[in-house]
Design a protein around this ligand. Structure first.
Ligand SMILES: Cc1ncc(COP(=O)(O)O)c(C=O)c1O
Length: 376
């Protein structure tokens, strides 16, 4: 057997090497520089917004986005329960409290009618809602056509957690353009990477300026070191931005490769009763991760059975995010749940989806799934 196949490993090569070496040789090592400026402009353009600031992670991006909106103690932020912990952790960093809302069973994204009901109920309880965090799960945008007017009517700003969704589209608009402010992640497993990094984007240039200030230790623009508030050391480095620029120039090709992979999975599972791909109808998804959802009664096997079989032939899979309201750390958090996220956690499985997978590796995954299905 030819080594382990991972879920979503970094897709880097000679282009990334040359961008990084050029940045190193240019002397712009410590820490900002022209590649960072250019990377910010390029990501803003890709997201169709006016401004961006590069930061050290997607989590830092969410933290500062919330702070810049004035979110803090005494407020709540509505967060989908089906997400990675960073979405909720960033809320806690500000001193606000996350309130969890369930997902739509078809897409895994925020259940918008339930969200509206939640906003009503929170209002009725006199709780101050600082923001709604909309997470574009696994690279598929939330139904912003429904969500944005509703949040606008409620007077609540939307923070778009687009950590997983760079390059995705909803009704011809790019991910990152929907929130009052949005966050991307360039973690090693994402659609593109800077090894670690993130970006805050918005049409509100003042808000991005505020994030930039907070990300650079809130240092005042005077010759000596002057600080009138607490800041953070959250900036992305020029070297990592150079890596990001190389990756961004290949983003469309990487998305296309992930999409082809999803199409192969769709074809493979289409004839299998009780099995579907999560959010398969979303043609604007960047296809970051492809998720299979298995009804064990209909299929005669479970997502765990498939996962165990693939692990036995050295192929990595991963359960869908464990919902935040089921995490011990958030045991006491307020939640509005229907069971949809819990169902996806129990029956969903993320399959190898990386653009760095070679054709031979994709054939190996497909062959392993075929053998699994034949032996059922
Ligand atoms: C939905 C979501 N939000 C936030 C993050 C945090 O990004 P980072 O790992 O760059 O801090 C991630 C990924 O890690 C994520 O998947």
């Amino acid at each position: 057997m030819a080594g382990r196949i991972f879920l979503s490993s970094p897709d880097v090569g000679t282009l990334e090497e040359s961008y990084l070496l050029d940045a190193l040789r240019s002397g712009w090592v410590a820490p900002v520089g022209p590649d960072l400026d250019a990377f910010e402009r390029e990501v803003a353009a890709r997201a169709g917004v006016a401004a961006a600031v590069g930061v050290s992670s997607g989590t830092a991006a969410l933290h500062l986005a919330l702070l810049a909106l004035g979110v803090g103690p005494g407020q709540v932020v509505v967060v989908p329960t089906l997400t990675f912990a960073a979405s909720a952790n960033a809320v806690v960093y500000t001193g606000a409290e996350p309130v969890f809302v369930d997902c739509d069973p078809e897409t895994g994204n925020l259940d918008v009618p339930l969200l509206l009901d939640t906003l009503d109920r929170l209002g009725g309880q006199g709780r101050r809602v600082g923001a709604v965090m909309a997470v574009d799960l696994f690279g598929g945008c939330v139904d912003y056509t429904a969500l944005l007017p509703a949040c606008a009517a409620a007077g609540v700003p939307v923070v778009e957690d687009a950590a997983e969704a760079l390059g995705a589209i909803h009704h011809e608009r790019p991910a990152g353009s929907f929130g009052r402010v949005a966050a991307f992640s360039f973690n090693g497993n994402k659609i593109m990477t800077t090894s670690g990094g993130g970006m805050i984007v918005s049409d509100d240039v003042g808000l991005i300026g505020r994030c930039r200030h907070l990300a650079t230790q809130a240092r005042e623009p005077v010759p000596h070191y002057e600080h009138v508030e607490i800041g953070y050391n959250y900036r992305l480095s020029n070297l990592l931005a150079a890596l990001g620029r190389a990756q961004l120039s290949r983003l469309d090709a990487m998305i296309a490769r992930r999409r082809r992979l999803r199409e192969r999975y769709a074809k493979l599972f289409a004839p299998v009763p009780g099995v579907r791909l999560l959010n398969e109808a979303d043609t604007g998804s960047n296809c970051w991760l492809t998720t299979v959802v298995v009804d064990p009664e209909g299929a005669g096997w479970s997502a765990t059975d498939l996962s165990r079989w693939l692990a036995s032939v050295d192929i990595e899979t991963r359960p869908v995010w464990k919902p935040m309201h089921l995490q011990p750390v958030f045991a006491r958090a307020t939640r509005f749940v229907t069971g949809a996220a819990q169902h996806l956690f129990a029956h969903g499985l993320n399959l190898p989806s990386g653009s760095a997978l070679t054709d031979a590796e994709v054939d190996r995954v497909e062959g392993a799934v075929v053998r699994f299905l034949e032996n059922r």
